[in-house]
Design a protein around this ligand. Structure first.
Ligand SMILES: Cc1cc2nc3c(=O)[nH]c(=O)nc-3n(C[C@H](O)[C@H](O)[C@H](O)COP(=O)(O)OP(=O)(O)OC[C@H]3O[C@@H](n4cnc5c(N)ncnc54)[C@H](O)[C@@H]3O)c2cc1C
Length: 508
C-alpha cells in the first residue's frame, strides 16, 4: 500500500486534491512525489519555515510544500479579543522579527507585541549588575541596527498570525496546510541508497480526504521531511537520530502579571537568585511575563500559592534581599581572600571607568540601585516547564532535516531557543531554495550539508555559552560568586564589550 503513493512520472496521483509533483532524482529517474518538502510541526519555527518555502519560485509548477500540525491554533481574531496576554511569551531578537516580517506574519502580531530598549541583569548574591541599552548597541553597530533590544510576543499571537498567512497560501495553492493532522509513522527504507529513494510518511487524524478514518492513516511521499515537531521530535526518534544533553533539575514557572501603573515598561529584568534566574519581561498595556526558574519543589510550591501570596513572593524575590551575600569561603582561606581582593579592585576600577565614560556609557547613569516594577495582579494561570539542554548529533540525514527544538533545546535564561530555531528555518529555506533553483535534489545529503554543519556549529556555541553561564550563576561558592560579580562589574563598565554582547543577543 505504501508504494502506491509513489508512481513513475506520468501516472495518476492517488491523493485527491493534492496534485503530485514531478521531481527528478540525482540519477535522472523521475517520480511523482506528493511533496517536495513536508514540514512536520506547525509551531512558530515550522510555520515560519513553510511560509518562507512558499516563496521559492515554482519551476514548471512542480514545487510542492505540505505543513502537518497536530493542533489547530486559534485565529488572529480570537487572540486579539483576549483581554490579557497568554502565559507563554517569547523575547524575540530583532533578526527574528525581521524574518517574521519577511514572511508576512509580523503585521498581525505587532498590535500585541511590545518593544523593550533596556535590559537589567543582576546577581542576588552580590553587587554585580549588567545594564544594556539599545542606543549603546546601535551606536556601535551598523547604521541598520534596530532601535529595540528585542520584542516580547505571545506564542498564540505568533502562531495565529503565521497560520493566517498559511491559510492564505493554502487558498492560493502555494502549499498544503494539513491541520489538524499528525505524523504517525515514517518509512525511510531506500533513502540511504544512491540515489536515495523517497521518504514515506503516514499521517493520521483530521478526517476528510486524509484517510484518517481508515485506521491505517494516509500515506504520502516526500523528497524532504523537515522535523519541526519540538523537543520530543517523533521524526528525529523514528529516523534514529541521536540527541545528547541533560536535564538541569530545574522547572520554570511561567505566568502573566499586571504591573503597578506608571512603571518602567521599556526594561526587561532578570535577577539571578540562588535557585535560578527570575525574569520579568514587559508586555503590552502594563502587563509583564514572569519566567521563574527554580527547583521542581519550589516551582510546585509557587504554582500552588494563592495569587496574593504568589505576588508577594515574586516582589520579594525581585526587590528584596532574596539572598544573603555569599558566605565566607572556608575551604581555602587565602583563595577566598584573594578573590575578594580582586573583586574589590575590579569594582573600584569599574566605578572609575563608568564615571569616566559619562555615567556608565549606556544612559543608565551608572546607578547600581535596582528597582524593578511592582507586580500587583495575576490574571491567568501559572504553567510549569522542565528545563534541559539537548543537541542532536546530526541535523540532517538523507531526506530529513531538523529545525528548532527538534534539533536543540537550551535553558531559557537568555531567551534564545526560538530565536535559534528561526535562524535554523531561515538557513534551511535558503539551502532548499539554492538546491531547487539549481536543479539539485533538495533532500540529498549534499544539498543539506552546509545547513547541517553551519547551524550545528553556531547552535553548539550558543548552547555551550548558556550552559557555562548557568553553571557560573548556579554556584554559591564564595570565590566563584566574587569573581562572577567582579566580571559583571568589569563588563558593565565597558560600553564596547556590552554593545558586542547585546549585538549577539539581537542577532545583528
Ligand atoms: C520557560 C521557557 C521560556 C522560553 N522563553 C523563550 C524566549 O523568551 N525566547 C526564545 O527565543 N525562546 C524561548 N524559549 C524556547 C522556545 O519555547 C522554543 O525554543 C520554541 O518554542 C521552539 O519552537 P518549535 O517550533 O521548534 O517547537 P514547538 O513550539 O515545540 O512546536 C512543535 C509543534 O509540532 C507539533 N507536533 C509535535 N509532534 C507532532 C506530530 N507528530 N505531528 C504533527 N505535529 C506535531 C506540536 O503540536 C507543536 O505545534 C523558552 C522555553 C521555555 C521552556
Amino acid at each position: 500500500m505504501l508504494a502506491s503513493s509513489v508512481r513513475r512520472a506520468g501516472s495518476r496521483c492517488l491523493v485527491r486534491q493534492r496534485p503530485a509533483c514531478l521531481c527528478t532524482d540525482a540519477a535522472g529517474g523521475a517520480w511523482d512525489y506528493d511533496y517536495d518538502v513536508l514540514v512536520v510541526g506547525g509551531g512558530i519555527v515550522g510555520a515560519a519555515l513553510a511560509c518562507k518555502l512558499a516563496e521559492i519560485p515554482k519551476a514548471g509548477g512542480s514545487f510542492k510544500i505540505g505543513l502537518v500540525e497536530g493542533r489547530a491554533p486559534p485565529t488572529v481574531a480570537d487572540v486579539m479579543a483576549r483581554p490579557t496576554p497568554d502565559a507563554r511569551v517569547y523575547t524575540l531578537a530583532p533578526s527574528s522579527v525581521h524574518f517574521l516580517d519577511s514572511v508576512g506574519a509580523w503585521a498581525a502580531v505587532a498590535p500585541r507585541a511590545h518593544a523593550f530598549s533596556r535590559m537589567h541583569v543582576w546577581d542576588a548574591r552580590g553587587r554585580g549588575a549588567l545594564r544594556f541599552d539599545a542606543r549603546t548597541a546601535a551606536a556601535s553597530a551598523s547604521a541598520a541596527a534596530p532601535p529595540a533590544l528585542g520584542h516580547t510576543a505571545e506564542h498564540t499571537a505568533l502562531q495565529a498570525a503565521l497560520f493566517e498567512r498559511l491559510r492564505a497560501l493554502h487558498a492560493d495553492g502555494a502549499l498544503a496546510l494539513l491541520c489538524p493532522r499528525e505524523l504517525a509513522a515514517l518509512d525511510f527504507r531506500g533513502t540511504e541508497r544512491e540515489p536515495p529513494g523517497p521518504m514515506r510518511a503516514t499521517l493520521s487524524g483530521g478526517g476528510s480526504g486524509g484517510g484518517g478514518g481508515g485506521g491505517g492513516g494516509e500515506q504520502v511521499t516526500a523528497r524532504l521531511v523537515v522535523a519541526a515537531d519540538g523537543g520530543a521530535s517523533k521524526v528525529r526518534r523514528l529516523r534514529g537520530l541521536r540527541s545528547f544533553g541533560w536535564g538541569y533539575g530545574q522547572r520554570a514557572v511561567v505566568c502573566t502579571v499586571a504591573l503597578e501603573r506608571g512603571g518602567d515598561a521599556a526594561t526587561a529584568w532578570q535577577r539571578y537568585l540562588p535557585r535560578g534566574p527570575l525574569a520579568l519581561l514587559p508586555l503590552w498595556d502594563g502587563f509583564a511575563s514572569v519566567v521563574w526558574s527554580t527547583t521542581p519543589e519550589e516551582a510546585e510550591e509557587l504554582k500552588a500559592l494563592p495569587p496574593g501570596a504568589f505576588l508577594e513572593r515574586l516582589n520579594a524575590a525581585l526587590r528584596g534581599d532574596a539572598a544573603p551575600p555569599p558566605p565566607p569561603f572556608a575551604g581555602i582561606p587565602l583563595l577566598g581572600a584573594a578573590a575578594e581582593g580582586a573583586a574589590n579592585a575590579v569594582n573600584a576600577l569599574a566605578s572609575l571607568t563608568a564615571l569616566g565614560s559619562s555615567g556608565g556609557g549606556d544612559g543608565s547613569g551608572g546607578d547600581t540601585a535596582v528597582v524593578s516594577p511592582l507586580a500587583v495582579g495575576l490574571p491567568g494561570p501559572r504553567l510549569g516547564f522542565d528545563l534541559s539542554l539537548a543537541q542532536s548529533a546530526a541535523y540532517t540525514a538523507p531526506r530529513v532535516a531538523l529545525v528548532g527544538d527538534a534539533a536543540h533545546t537550551v535553558h531559557p535564561m537568555a531567551g534564545q531557543g526560538l530565536n535559534l530555531g528561526l535562524s535554523d528555518a531561515e538557513a534551511l529555506a535558503a539551502a532548499i531554495r539554492e538546491a531547487a533553483l539549481s536543479g539539485g535534489d533538495i533532500g540529498s545529503v549534499q544539498a543539506l550539508s552546509r545547513y547541517d554543519s553551519d547551524r550545528r556549529m553556531r547552535n553548539a556555541a550558543m548552547l555551550g555559552g548558556l550552559d557555562a553561564l548557568h553553571r557560573v550563576f548556579a554556584t554559591g561558592a564564595a570565590p566563584v560568586a566574587l569573581a562572577r560579580n567582579a566580571g559583571m562589574a568589569l563588563i558593565d563598565a565597558s560600553p564596547q564589550l556590552k554593545a558586542a554582547i547585546a549585538r549577539v543577543a539581537m542577532g545583528v
